[in-house]
Design a protein around this ligand. Structure first.
Ligand code: LRH
Ligand code: MN
Length: 424
């Protein structure tokens, strides 16, 4: 479904007066509002190709209808999101769920929708129908050299697809691990995995990055071979300058201090990027900012501080991606909410009075430190985020316009009720 520009213009015209009133108040409250708006305009978050349909659990899946039936329709849906919020200018593919049959045509279609290809993701956590050897007992860690070889070749295949599409990074998430004590020799599993990752790293073009994603548990429930930030860090340290750790917010044990992990990885120049989502218990893959918006703000607070300390370009030097699964929400509405939640946390972090915070930290004025941070978190930046969208040609209220235009109803009319998108 194509979204005509005039419909966005009409929508914005109707909302302009209220927006300008809220914006002038926000600008009067936030010192560097203009600089923040510019940073927001430049900030793009990649949409996962595997999260454009309804997700589910082992207990069930409740399809919503109008889901994309092909990679082409997935690109159209991300194009629509980007037309609405001008902050979703990239798509992250998962192979083999989204193998581009004609890479040239797919690249042209994406460009037509103003989209780039962010990191490509390999998949050695499922057995494909035409696969010779099973990943039941792991892929790169597997005691069987033949299985490791098969998994390495798959990752090299994924890199080839990425090169054709103009992607410049590979995300490797390994479900590898064990479910019972004694099942695995941890040291051998680590060595097999490192040896295999070296072969994949060597196959990457010189301008590519490898993102090694860690996860505490699931689908293995006793050990995971890349189980936390420390393990991922130890691998990427050994692999080379273009290997980095990827932080999926849902991949931590309860109460982990993710903002501290982010601060240290950034300081160590080994933070590659993010899979944004939110969770209350495990890897729930819920809407970013829906459960713990303060944590998301604290993570962006460390990001802004750490990126500025190294003179990094906020928009381009790290990988900004969403990784979510939609069990009860409309997938596109959920993604619009996630992007909004991320942009707000970023804007609030940009409004932190860093000089005052450093002065308060220098004298251990703990109360003042909290006041400075929470003042930023309690600052209403919605008008600032909306203004960035407006300047970029997006809708002042993306979700409102999505519903007003009955996008889901149109997609169901076009694609049917029973269509199922590949992915989670
Ligand atoms: C694993 C994960 C990983 C993806 C998958 C879809 O939990 O976060 O990033 O490959 O979800
Ligand atoms: Mn992830």
């Amino acid at each position: 479904m194509q979204l005509e520009k005039y419909k966005i213009q009409q929508h914005n015209d109707d909302l302009l007066t209220g927006h300008q009133r809220r914006l002038s108040f926000a600008v009067s409250e936030i010192e560097n509002a203009e600089a923040i708006i510019q940073k927001l305009v430049d900030f793009q978050i990649a949409i996962p190709s595997w999260a454009l349909g309804t997700g589910g659990t082992r207990f069930g899946r409740f399809a919503g209808g109008g889901e994309p039936r092909s990679l082409e329709e997935k690109i159209e849906d991300v194009g629509l999101l980007n037309a609405l919020n001008q902050a979703s200018g990239a798509i992250s593919l998962h192979i083999p769920w989204d193998i581009p049959k004609d890479a040239k045509a797919i690249k042209a279609l994406a460009a037509q929708h103003g989209l780039k290809f962010d990191a490509v993701n390999s998949n050695t956590f499922q057995d494909q129908a035409d696969q010779a050897l099973s990943y039941k007992f792991g892929s790169l860690q597997n005691v069987d050299k033949g299985v490791r070889k098969q998994a390495i070749e798959h990752n090299i295949e994924v890199i080839k697809h990425g090169i054709e599409l103009g992607s410049e990074s590979l995300t490797v998430w390994l479900s590898d691990g064990s479910c019972f004590p004694g099942q695995l020799n941890f040291r051998r599993a680590y060595k097999n995995t490192l040896e295999s990752l070296h072969e994949i790293y060597a196959a990457m073009p010189d301008n590519w990055k490898m993102f090694l994603e860690y996860k505490a548990y699931e689908p293995n429930f006793y050990s995971t071979t890349v189980g936390d930030w420390g393990q991922s860090y130890s691998y990427v340290q050994k692999l080379g300058d273009r290997a980095y750790t990827l932080v999926d917010l849902g991949h931590h044990l309860p109460n982990a201090n993710i903002e501290q992990i982010v601060a240290l990885l950034l300081m160590e120049e080994k933070l590659g990027g993010f899979h944004f989502n939110d969770s209350k218990y495990g890897d729930d893959d819920l809407t970013a900012g829906a459960m713990k918006p303060y944590q998301l703000f604290l993570i962006f607070n460390e990001l802004v501080d750490g990126m500025d300390a190294r003179g990094l370009n906020h928009a381009t030097d790290l990988g900004w991606m969403i990784d979510a699964s939609h069990n009860v929400k409309d997938p596109l509405e959920d993604l619009l909410q996630s992007v909004e939640g991320i942009m707000m946390a970023y804007a609030q972090a940009l409004s932190v009075d860093r000089k005052a915070l450093e002065e308060a930290q220098a004298i251990s004025d703990v109360v003042r430190c909290q006041e400075i941070l929470q003042n930023a978190f309690r600052t209403d930046v919605r008008a600032i985020v909306a203004e960035a969208r407006l300047r970029a040609g997006g809708a002042l209220n993306p979700l409102g316009l999505f519903r007003h235009l009955k996008v889901r109803e149109n997609l169901i009319a076009e694609r049917g009720l029973k269509t199922v998108a590949t992915g989670l």
